[in-house]
Design a protein around this ligand. Structure first.
Ligand code: NAD
Ligand code: DAU
Length: 361
């Protein structure tokens, strides 16, 4: 078991990263170290997501550093300044639709950014031989494996077959991380996870977008025939798995994480309509009437489904939150946190939606 003291979290102001920081500082008594959150605060990063954490843990156990993971000199300074012994790398451009509209930022952050972090870790951790009491955990996605037919599951040995600029850039970063283990002996672990949902997710992603559009009486845009399948996992279950791998995972190994919870988009949307209608006192028939089938996403992967046997057997991880419970918690959170929603949707995001999606519906 690794003892992790000074953790550099990249992308900690984003959806999964901010939930990870909360998990460690609020619910993980065995973690007594400190967290340095390195985030560029792009459109997807939000310092409001950690304002209370800043108040309670700031200065001693939580530090925020605004910066770009592609900035080698800055990243190297952080390794020295905070004596970093652990990296958990969440920072990325994460939205598939944006990668289709503008792939360059994905190559920069996901490929060059990961490369820069690896180089900084290699330089900082090579004191004579490579230190082995440190770990670089890379957070990746099931999308690197491509698309499944009606049957079968992705395992850790499924060949990579990325289809979108997003997944291709994540696949490249995965290969670099593995190459640094094999070539330089950098102690790495890696995880590939399925679709996350929960609080603080940027409302361009399916679940929060639909919740907020329902509340506001806007159309619910379903891509293609609505029968694409995703495997949904609650964000805290994903983060528990990441933490488990960081402490107990075998160096140089990758682990699949998923919800084992497959839904067609349209069926998921029907469940969400039932929950939101009840909680927000809406007429479900009226809300169903706002479903709008729109042009499909180019290269839209049909089905993702994870085989989680390796992490379950090897590291005794289990999902803890049922889909029913997770969706209820998520809907409650979005309905109760108007200030967060208004903040993140103002300005840049709103004009981006109007520019790119003004004609859909
Ligand atoms: P997100 O878009 O919500 O957050 C990304 C964060 O990274 C933001 O805070 C952003 O400001 C920061 N960032 C972006 N570019 C940066 C740069 N150049 N330098 C520093 N910070 C930068 O993403 P998320 O959904 O929280 O995803 C986190 C990670 O998990 C990503 O690596 C993603 O590929 C992976 N992942 C996500 C999911 C999912 O369902 N959301 C599933 C599997 C894996
Ligand atoms: O599988 C893991 C991946 O899940 C992560 O690596 C990505 O970072 C994350 O964004 C997510 O990718 P998806 O493309 O699966 O998520 P998204 O929420 O964009 O879409 C989920 C499904 O819903 C997908 O089949 C497309 C569809 N969809 C999405 C949107 C935004 C719609 O039908 N309508 C929509 O408006």
């Amino acid at each position: 078991m690794r003892t992790l003291k000074n953790i550099l979290v990249t992308g900690g102001a984003g959806f999964i990263g901010c939930n990870f920081i909360r998990l460690l500082l609020e619910k993980t008594p065995e973690f007594t170290g400190r967290i340095v959150n390195l985030d560029a605060l792009t459109y997807a990063g939000n310092s409001a997501s950690l304002r209370d954490i800043e108040r309670r843990f700031g200065g001693a156990r939580y530090l925020f550093e605004r910066g770009d993971i592609c900035d080698r000199a800055f990243v190297e300074t952080l390794f020295r300044k905070y004596d970093i012994d652990t990296v958990v790398h969440f920072a990325a451009e994460s939205h598939v639709d944006r990668s289709i509209l503008g792939p360059e930022a994905f190559v920069k952050t996901n490929v060059l950014g990961t490369f820069t972090l690896l180089e900084a870790a290699r330089a900082a951790w090579k004191t004579g031989g490579m230190r082995q009491d440190v770990v670089f955990h890379h957070v990746s996605t099931d999308e690197v494996y491509g698309s499944l037919g009606e049957t079968g599951y992705f395992t850790e040995t499924t060949p990579y077959d990325p289809r979108s600029p997003y997944s291709a850039s994540k696949a490249s970063s995965d290969h670099l991380v593995m190459a640094y283990f094999h070539t330089y002996g950098l102690p790495i672990t890696m995880s590939n996870c399925s679709n996350n949902y929960g609080p603080y997710q940027f409302p361009e992603k399916l679940i929060p977008l639909m919740i907020l559009n329902m509340r506001e009486g806007k159309p619910l845009p379903v891509y293609g025939d609505g029968k694409n399948i995703r495997d949904w996992v609650y964000v805290e279950d994903h983060n528990n798995a990441v933490w488990t791998i960081m402490r107990k995972g075998v160096t140089g190994e990758k682990y699949n994480i998923g919800g084992e919870n497959e839904w067609e988009n349209i069926t998921l949307l029907q469940s969400l309509i039932a929950i939101v209608s009840e909680k927000a006192k809406l007429d479900p028939a009226k809300v169903r009437g706002t479903i709008s089938y729109v042009k499909d996403r180019p290269g839209h992967d049909r089905r993702y489904a994870m085989d989680c046997t390796k992490i379950k057997r090897g590291l005794a991880w289990r999902q803890g939150v049922s889909f029913e419970e997770g969706l209820e918690r998520t809907v409650d959170w979005y309905l109760e946190n108007n200030a967060w929603v208004d903040g993140i949707r103002s300005g840049e995001y709103q004009s981006w939606v109007e520019k790119n999606y003004g004609d859909r519906g």
